[in-house]
Design a protein around this ligand. Structure first.
Ligand SMILES: Nc1ncnc2c1ncn2[C@@H]1O[C@H](COP(=O)(O)OP(=O)(O)O)[C@@H](O)[C@H]1O
Ligand SMILES: [Mg+2]
Length: 351
């Protein structure tokens, strides 16, 4: 067994049965020039301690909006949660006070944003911002302990000369270093849940691998649950236990990673996988991409939202909106015709 396989098997054993975080039927809308439009619908998942859940889908499918809604971080007043529950260890955090929510953010739930500049304060030094996380969430720590923990964490996320970096401002760091500082900030309080929205997209491949390993190590130490947004299915295969595939604001398929990779049911999932690079793919430019685009909020197709890009679409795909259906105990898919689609090798999917 390779060390990666070993990692994964011990990791799966650590997954607990009770959900740490349960999200139920979350719906998000934005005020636009065309009125209030729904961006995300029926967004639900369960995350156990020690589990990593991947969220995949093309750009514009609603991954970031869904994650921001979990902690009520949507841009206000345009963004709004219309419905749903976000239950963290038995408490619906949509019903708690602002003050309590501030404690949850960065305390029990760490958040890594897609864009570090939205998370870092441009007028405060890195050291000051990290120290503030401890002041808020670990008020009993001495300043010596805070400094030594900050230095250790910065070193672990691969920030060189961490002591010198405590005194600099975010704009004085490269994009990659800012991203690593933000990851350190999200991890200061050893969160029970980490929401990571494309945490490594801006980083080069070596640093990306280093950060992903770090997250795995920390998860083993603290048994945190991770929600990992990515557009990279290779990251999902390597890092995640289960996966949600999102398309146009809805989850269209979900299940354990092995099951979804071996038996993808939704044509969208099949096409995403067909566009994934393999070791045999000679150059990036030869990768197939999915023709067409994710619909905008203004022009959602009726029926199945994938109908205008789907090679198997039939008449009723335009009139009927597919419900989530069980493929087996924990594999579900939102496609009217999934049972008729022949099982196929990914190589056969024509795109
Ligand atoms: N502030 C906003 N106002 C209006 N629409 C928005 C806003 N933010 C996101 N959206 C829309 O919500 C949808 C989902 O966006 P997003 O969650 O950022 O996608 P992803 O993270 O999957 O790339 C898109 O159609 C996007 O245009
Ligand atoms: Mg995004």
């Amino acid at each position: 067994m390779s060390s990666a396989e070993q990692n994964k098997s011990t990791h799966i054993q650590a997954v607990a049965a009770e959900p740490l975080l349960t999200v139920k039927d979350l719906a998000v809308s934005f005020e636009t020039d065309f009125g209030r439009l729904r961006a995300v619908d029926s967004f639900s998942f369960e995350l156990s301690a020690g589990e990593t859940l991947g969220i995949v889908g093309e750009s514009g499918c609603g991954k970031s909006v869904s994650c921001m809604a979990l902690l009520d971080l949507l841009p206000k007043p345009a963004g709004q949660i219309d419905a749903g529950k976000v239950v963290l260890q038995g408490t619906d955090i949509r019903t708690i006070s602002r003050e309590e929510l501030y404690k949850v953010r960065g305390g029990e739930v760490g958040f890594i944003f897609q864009d570090p500049m939205t998370a870092l304060n441009p007028v405060k030094t890195i050291g000051k911002q990290l120290a503030e996380m401890y002041e808020l969430h670990k008020p009993g720590y001495s300043s010596e302990r805070v400094t030594s923990e900050c230095l250790e964490l910065l070193a672990r996320v691969g920030v060189p000369s961490p002591a010198a970096r405590l005194h600099v401002y975010p704009h004085q760091l490269s994009g990659g270093l800012r991203q690593r500082v933000m990851i350190a900030m999200a991890l200061t309080c050893k969160p029970k849940v980490l929401i990571a929205d494309e945490p490594t997209t801006a980083l080069d491949a070596t640093i990306q691998a280093q950060i992903l390993l770090l997250l795995q190590d920390l998860q083993k130490e603290t048994n945190m649950g991770i929600v990992m947004v990515t557009h990279d299915l290779a990251v999902v295969a390597q890092q995640c236990d289960s996966v949600l595939v999102m398309y146009a604001g809805r989850v269209v398929e979900e299940g354990p990673v092995e099951e979804i990779f071996a038996n993808p049911k939704h044509p969208y999932t099949q096409m995403l996988m067909a566009s994934m690079p393999t070791l045999d793919t000679p150059t990036k430019s030869e990768l197939p991409t999915i023709p067409g685009r994710v619909p905008s909020l203004y022009a959602m197709p009726s029926g199945c939202r994938f109908n205008n890009r789907c090679p198997y679409a039939q008449m009723n795909c335009v009139s009927l909106s597919p419900e989530f259906e069980k493929v087996n105990a924990d594999h579900r898919v939102r496609c009217l015709h999934h049972a008729e689609l022949k099982p196929r090798n990914i190589e056969e999917v024509k795109i």
